[in-house]
Design a protein around this ligand. Structure first.
Ligand SMILES: NC(=O)c1ccc[n+]([C@@H]2O[C@H](COP(=O)([O-])OP(=O)(O)OC[C@H]3O[C@@H](n4cnc5c(N)ncnc54)[C@H](OP(=O)(O)O)[C@@H]3O)[C@@H](O)[C@H]2O)c1
Length: 333
C-alpha cells in the first residue's frame, strides 16, 4: 500500500513509498483512509520547520472507513466511517504532557497513507451526510475554532466574534459563530475574499494590509470592541487583536502566521481592558464529539477551496503557500 513520508526538508523530498499492509492489534482498528486536509502545521512538518523522525507520514487530519477491527474492539464495526484526532491520546479533561505528546503527523504517523492501524479510541464518527473530504477538514481546524469559541469562550448568541484571515480555522470560526447566532467581523488581505466573507454572513470586513491599525478600526466600528478574537498571527496580529477586543473580552492565541512566532504587546492595554488571553492547541476527543453533534444539528458544510489527489501533496502545499485559498484545501483518493 502507498504512503507518503517526510525525509528531510523542503517540499521536493516528499516521496511516495510502499509499505506492508498493517494488521490491527487487539485494541486497534484498521482504517482505509480516503482523504486528508492541509493545515499550516502540516506545511511546517513538510518543509522541515518542525523536525520529525525519518520516514514520518505527515498530515494530522484523516477520514476513512474501518476495514478490520482487533478482537477487543466493541465500539466500532467494519464499514463505520471515522475521522482522526490531532492528539490521539487526549480523550477528555485538561491537557497534560502525556495526553498531548502524541501528535498525528508529527510525533506519530499521520494520514496520507492508504491504510493504517490506530487505537480504537483515537477516532470519532464523522458528521451525518459528510463526505470523507469534508470530514477530513474537521479534526484540526474546526475543532480549534470550536474550542476557542465554545469550550473556552462560552460563546452566546448576540456576541461579536473577530476572525482573522480566510484560512481553514478562521472560516470554521465564522461558521460556528454564525450557527450560534453571533455577529462576525473579519479581516482579510483581499477585496475578492472580503466579498465572499460578507456573502457568508460577516457583517463587516477590514483589509489588514491597507489598514495597519485594523484593530482600532474594528473597535470603533463595533462601538466598543468585539467579545471574542481568534488570533492567528501572534506577534504579527496580537497588538491589533488587543485593540479590537472590548473591555472584558476574550482573545484566543492560536497561530503565528506572518512571521509572528515572537512579538511585543502593550501590557497596560491587556490589563486595563480586563482581557482574558488564552493559548490553545486543538482539543480532546470529548470536544470533537460535541462539535460533531453541533454540526449535525446546525448542518453547515466546510468550505473546500480546492481538492488534490494523493500523489499531489507537494502541489497542494505549493498552492497553500500562495495564500490564494479561502477555507480548506483537501486531498482525496
Ligand atoms: N493552535 C492550534 O491548535 C491551531 C489549530 C489550527 C491552526 N492553527 C494556526 O492558525 C493559523 C491559521 O491556520 P490555517 O490552517 O487556518 O492556515 P491557512 O489555511 O494556511 O490560512 C492562511 C490565511 O491566513 C491569512 N493570513 C496570513 N497572514 C496573515 C496575517 N499576518 N494576519 C492575518 N491573517 C493572515 C490569509 O488570509 P487572507 O488571504 O484572507 O488574507 C491566509 O490565506 C496558523 O498559524 C496555524 O498554525 C493553530
Amino acid at each position: 500500500m502507498k504512503a507518503i513520508e517526510v525525509n528531510g526538508s523542503g517540499l521536493d523530498q516528499l516521496r511516495i513509498t510502499e509499505r506492508l499492509d498493517p494488521t490491527p492489534k487487539k485494541d486497534e482498528i484498521l482504517v482505509h483512509w480516503h482523504a486528508t486536509s492541509l493545515n499550516f502545521h502540516d506545511y511546517l512538518v513538510a518543509i522541515g520547520g518542525i523536525p520529525v523522525p525519518e520516514n514520518r507520514v505527515p498530515m494530522s487530519d484523516g477520514a476513512g472507513e474501518i476495514i478490520a477491527i482487533g478482537e477487543e474492539v466493541d465500539q466500532w464495526k467494519v464499514g463505520d466511517k471515522v475521522m482522526s484526532m490531532f492528539f490521539p491520546n487526549w480523550i477528555e479533561g485538561t491537557p497534560t504532557f502525556n495526553k498531548t505528546r502524541f501528535i498525528s503527523g508529527e510525533t506519530v504517523d499521520g494520514f496520507i497513507t492508504e491504510k493504517s492501524c490506530v487505537a480504537a479510541s483515537a477516532v470519532t464518527a464523522i458528521p451525518k451526510g459528510y463526505s470523507y473530504a469534508e470530514a477530513a477538514t474537521l479534526p484540526c481546524a474546526a475543532l480549534t475554532a470550536w474550542r476557542g469559541l465554545v469550550t473556552e469562550g462560552s460563546l452566546k448568541a448576540g456576541e461579536t466574534v473577530l476572525i482573522e484571515g480566510t484560512g481553514g480555522m478562521s472560516i470554521f470560526g465564522l461558521q460556528i459563530a454564525k450557527a450560534t447566532g453571533a455577529t462576525v467581523v473579519a479581516t482579510t488581505s483581499s477585496e475578492e475574499k472580503a466579498a465572499r466573507l460578507k456573502a457568508m454572513g460577516a457583517s463587516a470586513v477590514v483589509n489588514y494590509k491597507t489598514d495597519e491599525r485594523w484593530g482600532k478600526t474594528i473597535f470603533k466600528m463595533t462601538g466598543g470592541g468585539v467579545d471574542h478574537v481568534l488570533d492567528v498571527g501572534g506577534g504579527s496580529t496580537m497588538v491589533q487583536s488587543i485593540e479590537a477586543a472590548k473591555i472584558g473580552g476574550s482573545i484566543i492565541s492560536i497561530g503565528i502566521l506572518g512571521n509572528g512566532r515572537k512579538g511585543q504587546i502593550t501590557f497596560p492595554k491587556l490589563f486595563f481592558k480586563h482581557l482574558r488571553l488564552k493559548g490553545i492547541a486543538v482539543d480532546c476527543r470529548l470536544s470533537q464529539e460535541a462539535m460533531i453533534r453541533a454540526i449535525d444539528v446546525a448542518g453547515f458544510k466546510p468550505v473546500i477551496d480546492r481538492s488534490f489527489g494523493f500523489d499531489e501533496l507537494a502541489d497542494a502545499f505549493r498552492y497553500q503557500e500562495t495564500g490564494k485559498h479561502f477555507g480548506k484545501i483537501v486531498l482525496e483518493w
